[in-house]
Write a protein that binds this ligand. Sequence first.
Ligand code: APR
Ligand code: PHB
Length: 404
Amino acid sequence: MAVHKTQVGIVGAGPAGLLLGQLLHLNGIDSVILENRTRDYVIDRVRAGVLEQGTVDLLRAMGVGAGLDSRGLRHDGLYISVQQRRHRIDLADLTDGRAITVYGQNEVVKDLIDARVATGRPLNFEAGGVSIDGLDARPVIRFQHAGAEHEVRCDIIAGCDGFHGICRPSIPADALTVYERSYPFGWLGILAEVGPSSDELVYAHHERGFALFSMRSPTVTRLYLQVPPDESIDNWPDDAIWDEMVTRMMSLDGWKPNIGRIIQKGVTPMRSFVAAPMRHGRLFLAGDAAHIVPPTGAKGLNLAASDVLVLAHAVKAFYQRGQSDALDQYSDVCLRRVWRAQRFSWWMTSTLHRFPDDGPFDLQRQIADLEYLTSSRAAMTSLAEQYVGLPPEVSFESAGLSGG
Ligand code: APR
Ligand code: PHB
């Protein structure tokens, strides 16, 4: 058995684990990151793509904003389509110049892996049989790598291993409260090799179900359709996908998505999930390991970034000033934001999707809701400030970054 020592043991090399590792590095705090998948798998996984203003500011302040600055697409607004009419919500105008940036999560992950490798600190892919123990006083992470058994002894474990990871299930069930809602639909998502026909996202409400127009680059469009939750992708030949996309998105002014070769497609279920508290002894959960939001509000990656900023601030206070108050407050501070994002994501989801039990009353109510939203400056401001992201929970400076 090989024994390693570090300050913070990080399980998972998704956005949460990699961001945390980098924030700790910038504060001179050592960590080991363990990931059970291969590096290619982690990079190639197609995920979300909308970064809040605060997430963009954070990546820049951490010195990992070069890719984002050259390839990210800043969007000052978005469209909501109701009754085949597109209404623009001017995010920047409504929020004093804040905006979102479209930059794929896999690009973020690639940039963070490069940054981690440049630090020379350990990042182990293909770690098998990862388990954690000693959460009350002496945390250890055990894993296998290249046929050998390893043990990492640390002061703190960061559970950044996503919804299906091992950290949350390592907490005794009676020490966690789980809040959950599943939705009677999922999203069929595609990547298409075609230039986006709109510079900004289009969230489309339609009697046949929700559809979303997004993009990854000037030559790649990303689109989604509401489908039944257990829908098989085999039921959707490419022509059927395009027919449905165009039907749900086409607006009376003639706008519709450009059609091109589909290079990736899949169906994902939707759920809202929160596990509280986000801490058990010396284990701190961050990102999808602690909470899941339906993707309609584009909050998943941004919440993960917010969690680790708060955690980095707390870990810094612990090592630099010997204070554990910020660690003690970690869960409460994160959960306040998590619940706001849950509420926003639930609201966007329930306002824009068709529910199987809905009747004609609900359809008219949704249309009225959306027509109010797109005509009232107060309602648009509320959406805009939540969509571009609420202010950070802790200052960048207190997490060891200059600026912010
Ligand atoms: N041991 C080590 N690593 C693990 C284990 C395990 N037992 N189980 C899972 N992992 C890894 C996964 O392979 C993944 O790379 O943990 C990582 C978790 O990353 P994400 O699922 O991306 O979660 P997170 O970093 O919290 O980021 C949240 O990701 O799920 C999206 O849309 C979501 O944007 C949000 C963001
Ligand atoms: C995406 O581009 O993948 C995307 C955009 C907005 C969302 C969800 C996903 O709400």
